[in-house]
Design a protein. Structure first.
Length: 157
C-alpha cells in the first residue's frame, strides 16, 4: 500500500515537473528577440498615463516634469491649507472676543472690543489665541465687576 502511494507521488511529481519544464522552454523560445537594439528616445513603461481611454508612454524627461509639477501642486495645496487653518484660527479668536463681550455692559462694549482687537493685533497668532482664551475665561468675573461698579459706584451727593 505504501509502495503504491510512493509510486503514484513519484509519477505525478515527475510529470508535473516535466510539464513545467516544457512551459518554461516554450516561453523562452517565443521571447528570443528580447535583445533588440532600441532606436530613438528611450520609453519608460513605469510612467503610463491614461489619455482619452488610451495609454501613452512618457519619456523620462516628461515624467520628471510631471513629477515636479505634481510636487509643486502638493506644496501649493499645503500652503493653501495652512492659510485656511490660520483664517479659521483668527475667526475662532474673534468668536471668543464676541462671546466675552456679552458679559461687558452695553455702553462699554465697543471700547473693550477695540482695545482687545488692538491687543490681539500686536501679538503673534499663538499668543493671540491664548489671549482670547484667557479673556473668555476671565470675562464673567470682569463683567460682574463692571456691572457692580456701575450699580454701586460713586454717585454725586
Amino acid at each position: 500500500m505504501i509502495e503504491r502511494m510512493a509510486d503514484f507521488l513519484l509519477t505525478t511529481l515527475t510529470s508535473g515537473m516535466l510539464g513545467l519544464l516544457l512551459v518554461i522552454l516554450f516561453q523562452l523560445t517565443t521571447r528570443m528577440d528580447f535583445k533588440k537594439r532600441r532606436r530613438g528616445p528611450r520609453r519608460v513603461r513605469a510612467h503610463v498615463v491614461p489619455k482619452n481611454d488610451e495609454y501613452v508612454t512618457l519619456t523620462p524627461e516628461r515624467a520628471r516634469v510631471r513629477r515636479a509639477r505634481a510636487m509643486q501642486m502638493e506644496a501649493e495645496a499645503a500652503r493653501e491649507e495652512a492659510a485656511r487653518q490660520e483664517a479659521l484660527k483668527a475667526c475662532e479668536d474673534e468668536r471668543r472676543i464676541a462671546l466675552a463681550l456679552i458679559f461687558v455692559p452695553p455702553g462699554q462694549r465697543e471700547r473693550y472690543r477695540q482695545e482687545w482687537n488692538a491687543e490681539m493685533a500686536s501679538l503673534s497668532a499663538r499668543e493671540a489665541s491664548a489671549f482670547a482664551l484667557q479673556l473668555l475665561r476671565s470675562a464673567p468675573r470682569a463683567g460682574a465687576m463692571l456691572w457692580l461698579k456701575r450699580a454701586f459706584g460713586r454717585r454725586p451727593a
